[in-house]
Design a protein around this ligand. Structure first.
Ligand SMILES: NC(=O)c1ccc[n+]([C@@H]2O[C@H](COP(=O)([O-])OP(=O)(O)OC[C@H]3O[C@@H](n4cnc5c(N)ncnc54)[C@H](O)[C@@H]3O)[C@@H](O)[C@H]2O)c1
Length: 367
């Protein structure tokens, strides 16, 4: 099948590309690189054996998107492009609605008629305080969550009006990295999710982990979340694209493991993976953080045949491998550290000794 992956150079999207290509699908990526890097495409190619076709486009520009995609016939769309920070969405709500709602309308119009998979978020549920199933009435508490819910409603209305079918995948806490260590979460700014912050502490670029709240009504007092390996999330997107949906129906499924891990559980898993102690500092709770949020995973199992296969230890080991690779890419090449003598006039230039590893074009920020 030929699949359009929007946001295909981003964190989840790049893993979706790897999974789809490895399963034999032809992938076309649309991304404006607002929160990702061009060399992700090289790394996808190195892992999956084929480079996806890349269109550097902004999904907010509907006319341009339609013109660029007119030449293609797609068998499915995995729509992941958009903005994802809860905190930022409360400062810049219009940006979130422009990207996540208007952008979704542009994508669904440009790839009109083919099966559509929307990567949505558990944030549409709001304060869960336990386990969320898909019938729970949505009550998002952030502009990000509300923009994802609006995108879900838009997809539903379009399928109602024009036919076809779609899936809405409500992703819980995607984390970890591809097992090669060459792809992972690499946001432009400082990471706000727990696992990327822990990765930074584990490799020594962040001094300690701030743990927000230790007095929740949970086993150890820290907040409990459903961390699901990003490659499992990618596989679920493929299952949705490959499934035969029901005409004029929108399937809604949670993507999680169904298991909860506290902040201190994840810290302990990182300590096992890295073999070193992770320094932590307890801070006060963050406004709006629920004590516990886990996915009910029965429907994903029944309707998509999806079960998360990887556990927390594998997730942390993969995340750490990725962060070590990322750190390695920041080191100067071997010959940059040693001043070379100027070659005598007429002498042949010395061969540069190149490090074998690819280096990102821009330095990752957000240390
Ligand atoms: N990472 C999470 O914690 C999480 C949790 C639940 C759901 N999701 C959803 O998964 C999807 C992907 O998230 P992610 O974590 O990979 O984020 P990401 O920021 O790593 O990836 C998003 C990609 O979209 C691109 N993009 C952003 N605005 C764009 C625009 N206007 N036009 C074209 N490309 C644009 C970015 O450059 C980036 O490559 C999002 O829709 C998000 O809501 C993520």
């Amino acid at each position: 099948m030929r699949i359009l992956v929007t946001g295909g150079t981003g964190y989840v999207g790049s893993h979706v590309c790897v999974d789809l290509i490895a399963a034999g699908h032809d992938v076309v990526v649309v991304d404006n690189l607002a929160n990702s890097r061009y060399d992700v495409l090289d790394r996808i190619a190195a892992i999956a054996g084929k480079r996806p076709r890349f269109l550097c486009l902004d999904i907010r520009h509907g006319a341009l998107l339609r013109a660029a995609l007119r030449a293609y016939r797609f068998d499915g769309v995995a729509h992941l492009a958009g903005m994802r920070s809860t905190e930022e969405s409360m400062r810049e709500p219009s940006d979130y609605y422009r990207s996540n709602v208007a952008g979704t309308a542009n994508v669904i119009d440009a790839a009109s008629g083919c099966p559509f998979v929307l990567s949505s978020s558990a944030s549409v549920y709001g304060d869960v305080a336990g386990v969320a199933d898909e019938d729970r009435p949505p009550a998002p508490t952030s502009a990000y969550g509300r923009s994802k819910l609006a995108a879900e409603m838009l997809v539903r209305d379009v399928v109602d009006a024009r036919g076809g079918h779609a899936w809405v995948l409500r992703v819980f806490n995607p984390a970890g990295a591809h097992k090669s260590g060459r792809l992972g979460d690499d946001p432009r700014g400082a990471p706000c999710n727990l696992v990327p912050r822990l990765e930074q502490v584990a490799v020594g670029v962040r001094e300690r982990l701030a743990v927000y709240g230790s007095d929740y009504a949970t086993g150890d007092g820290t907040a409990v979340r459903d961390y699901v390996h990003v490659m499992d999330v990618a596989r679920a997107h493929r299952f949705a694209l490959e499934s035969r949906g029901i005409e004029r129906e929108v399937g809604v499924c949670n993507l999680g493991t169904g298991r909860g891990s506290s902040v201190l559980d994840v810290v302990a898993a990182f300590e096992r993976a890295s073999g070193r102690r992770i320094p932590c500092r307890i801070e006060s709770r963050r406004r709006g953080d629920a004590a516990e949020c886990r996915a009910d995973v029965q429907r994903a199992r029944r309707q998509l045949g999806f079960v998360a296969l990887r556990g927390l230890d594998e997730l942390c080991a993969d995340a750490l491998r990725w962060r070590r690779y990322w750190l390695d890419c920041l080191r100067p090449p071997l010959d940059a550290a040693v001043e070379q003598p100027t070659p005598a006039a007429g002498a042949p230039p010395r061969q540069r000794r190149m490090r074998p590893r690819p280096r990102p074009r821009r330095l990752p920020s957000g240390l």
